[in-house]
Design a protein around this ligand. Sequence first.
Ligand code: S3P
Length: 164
Amino acid sequence: MRAIYLTGFMGSGKTTIAEKLSFELTVPTIDTDDHIEEVTGKAIPDIFASEGEEAFRKYESQSLESIPNKNIIISTGGGIILKEQNREFMKKHGIVIYLHCDPEEILKRLEGDSSRPLLKGDNRKAKIESIFSERLSLYREAHFEIDTTNRSVSEIAEEIQDII
Ligand code: S3P
């Protein structure tokens, strides 16, 4: 089986869906953020704070390229699609599935969350909307798009299994 790359905005459910698929298809799952934390020995917010976003993006590309791309479900960080090299890598080596979620729903899901450096500070709604609209066309370069808004994990996992 070719790798399945799950892409989408923060809070779109990539990790949860990856875990469900991993269980059902009996293949391992890996999260690029977890991989970066393991390799660097630092938490994501610490990398952003001490080295900056650009350094984080470099770790992200390195992580993507070093993770195996057979028989695996890969849940990616929400900004993985920002680099063209990453978008091309994923499309070449696997099946890219964009998990779409409406920004209003994302806002609700991420209420009280303090683990995302890009959403720190005031006016989270405006931040989500602006990052979302900057990225939407890049997410849509995926092979497939699935709407996750108001849908259960089982329904989404089933739809993905029908596709692959
Ligand atoms: C980011 C998403 C995060 C994490 C980092 C940056 C982004 O991952 O990689 O905070 O740029 O959208 P999740 O999508 O798993 O929250």
